[in-house]
Design a protein around this ligand. Structure first.
Ligand code: DAH
Length: 354
């Protein structure tokens, strides 16, 4: 190293001060740049450190004069480095916070909520009421024997009553898709000793053209009550209460004579119109009544077919279409709406219905 003189030292110091105008700690753009600058100036062989070290080559007077200048600069630089470091660190924290920021003003993500299908909620309401009245749940298969669907229900082969049902027969098989839930009456009676009180909800099939009030696949609830001394009066009382619970306390029922092979006597049951309080409107076709279900006293031939003695046991039965009830409860005029899975239709109905 060349000999240090006051002149050379002062020149080097002036050069350093000049360079600091451009390259000062306060201008370092990040922590890495700041550190590089600190090492270059104040590191073990940094420019200022070297200048301080080289003071030892000067005279004592020169050192006294120049030393404090250099020390002062070192103190100023250290303070500047510290200040810049603090500022850059704070900035880094802010940046990180901004990156992970939670925007509490955003609306929450609400997952779509499923709901019970209107046919299911209607079926549940029907079975809830009937089970409170002492009926228990029974089920049967959708594919049935001709015997259970027809013969044992007092509809023998070639009987004109089979014409009431447009049946889907299975290819190369004696089986068929059940046309009603009534075969569950046969199945239950064959497997249970009387007395019994059952309801059997489920799907049924008819070979028919689909329109606003007909569907080839629909649902029924079957009811059957067998005991000693069960009469038509029990049927009337049961259905009266059932309809009042389903449609409201003011609902009245009307029994019209009808024909079903498996009941004698048989009735078509109407309820007072829910929409006009029986004054007459377009829905009840101005009659004040709405036709709702079929019912009757179980035919002795049906009891005999399952091995029950008709002299000892008697009972009543009824069958109701679930879609029909749902349409009335919900004011739906086209049965097809229940099967099309159009969410705009389905979303209208909540579980808590009338
Ligand atoms: N099974 C009949 C039908 O589908 C409905 C029915 C009528 C059921 C009278 C019954 C009854 O149990 O007693 O049309």
């Amino acid at each position: 190293m060349a000999q240090v003189t006051r002149k050379s030292w002062e020149a080097a110091f002036a050069k350093l001060e000049a360079s600091l105008k451009k390259l000062s700690p306060s201008k370092a753009k990040d922590l890495a740049a700041l550190d590089r600058l600190r090492v270059a100036l104040l590191g073990r062989s940094g420019t200022l450190t070297e200048l301080l070290k080289s003071l030892k080559d000067l005279s004592i007077e020169e050192r006294r004069e120049l030393g404090p200048k250099a020390q002062e600069l070192r103190a100023a630089l250290e303070a500047a480095f510290d200040a810049r470091k603090t500022a850059l660190e704070a900035q880094a924290d802010d940046d990180a916070a901004a990156e992970n920021a939670l925007d509490l003003t955003l609306p929450p993500h609400v997952p779509p909520r499923g709901r019970v299908h209107p046919l299911t909620s209607t079926l549940e309401e029907m079975t809830r009421i009937l089970s409170l009245m002492g009926f228990s749940w029974a089920e049967g298969p959708l594919v049935e024997s001709d015997d259970n669907n027809f013969t044992k229900l007092n509809i023998p082969e070639h009987h004109p009553a089979r014409g009431m049902f447009d049946t889907f027969y299975l290819k190369d098989s004696p089986l068929l898709m059940r046309t009603h839930t009534s075969p569950v009456q046969i199945r239950t009676m064959e497997s249970t000793r009387p007395p019994l009180r059952i309801i059997s909800p489920g799907r049924v099939f008819r070979h028919e053209a689909v329109d606003a009030t007909h569907s080839a696949v629909f649902h029924q609830v079957e009811g059957l009550y067998i005991d000693k001394g069960v009469s038509f009066a029990d049927l009337k009382g049961t259905l009266d209460v059932f309809m009042q619970k389903l449609f409201g306390a003011k609902t009245r029922t009307r029994f019209r004579p009808s024909y079903f092979p498996f009941t004698e006597p048989s009735a078509e049951v109407d309820v007072s119109c829910l929409f006009c309080e029986s004054k007459g409107c377009s829905i009840c076709k101005n009659s004040g009544w709405i036709e709702l279900l079929g019912a009757g006293v179980v035919h002795p031939n049906v009891l005999s077919a399952v091995g029950y003695d008709p002299e000892v046991w008697s009972g009543f039965a009824f069958g109701i279409g679930v879609e029909r009830i749902a349409m009335l409860r919900l004011g739906v005029s086209d049965i097809r709406a229940f099967y099309e899975n159009d969410l705009r239709f389905l979303k209208q109905f909540d579980e808590n219905l009338v």
